[in-house]
Design a protein around this ligand. Structure first.
Ligand SMILES: [Zn+2]
Length: 259
């Protein structure tokens, strides 16, 4: 049965070449994910909404690989638009999904740190809320299920992980308690998840910004995480929402904090 709205969102892929790996940033108008490709194997970072699992596969095919090439996946945080597609792909292809140890219980849905109807109610007069819901309800925004299995990183999170592309976790709690960003492309690019975005459906402006308050679990802590991004040398921002942002990540973080 086909749903009344399209499940496949418009998609663009930006590729960044590093010494021995390629980082592919997959941007859709509702959420983004990232593929790290090295020696024919892949690390998938986040996986879109539940209804985007097939679109993740399509993005992998567009870069000339197949879902069987996924050696492992990383999660920035366990909100439905990042974990939903990943859960379906994990069930189908059986790879491990790694995250900050604090995020594991959230990913397994032992608790939920996600905006609910009460948080959204004050936005009821905002036409952007309704256009966002029109797009995201068919993709499964109301789905409350999580991963069947979730693994935490090894204890020293500042070391590159033993996965294609050697991503380095950057702890960035606040948006959720166990949110993690990742330095990729040899430290040139930051996969920032929802700690720092370049646009959002409910935002009134574009450019580097913190995600709208109603989606933040702990806003003061989230802002402190963005403050720590000002110490980074990366010059490409690969956010969870909004387009790729080329330019100093530290400057982008300062811009977001100043808004
Ligand atoms: Zn989120």
């Amino acid at each position: 049965m086909r749903l009344p709205f399209g499940r496949t969102r418009p998609m663009t892929i930006s590729s960044i070449e590093a010494e021995s790996s390629t980082t592919h940033f997959v941007h859709t108008d509702v959420v983004n994910w990232v593929l790290l490709e090295q020696h024919g194997q892949l690390t998938l970072i986040d996986g879109g909404y539940p209804g985007q699992a097939d679109q993740v596969i399509e993005s992998i095919e567009r870069i000339g690989r197949s879902a069987e090439d996924i050696r492992g996946a990383l999660l920035t945080h366990a909100h439905v638009d990042h974990v939903g597609g990943l859960a379906r792909l994990q069930a189908r292809f059986g790879f491990d999904v790694y995250m900050d140890h604090v995020e594991v219980d959230h990913a397994l849905r032992r608790h939920l740190q996600q905006a609910n109807a009460l948080n959204l109610a004050p936005q009821a007069v905002n036409p952007r809320l309704w256009s966002w819901l029109m797009k995201t309800v068919p993709l499964g925004v109301l789905d409350r299920s999580g991963l069947a299995e979730a693994s935490s990183f090894p204890a020293d999170r500042h070391e590159p992980l033993d996965l294609p592309g050697a991503p380095v976790p950057v702890s960035s709690p606040g948006h959720t308690d166990g949110h993690s960003a990742y330095l990729v492309a040899g430290g040139r690019a930051l996969v920032s998840g929802d700690a720092l975005v370049s646009d959002h459906e409910l935002s009134r402006f574009t450019g580097p910004q913190c995600i709208p308050s109603l989606f933040q679990h702990d806003e003061p802590t989230a802002r402190r995480s963005v403050e720590r991004f000002t110490d980074l040398d990366a010059d490409i921002l690969l956010p969870g929402h909004g387009p790729i942002h080329r330019g100093s990540v530290a400057a982008a973080a300062r811009e977001a904090l100043a808004r």
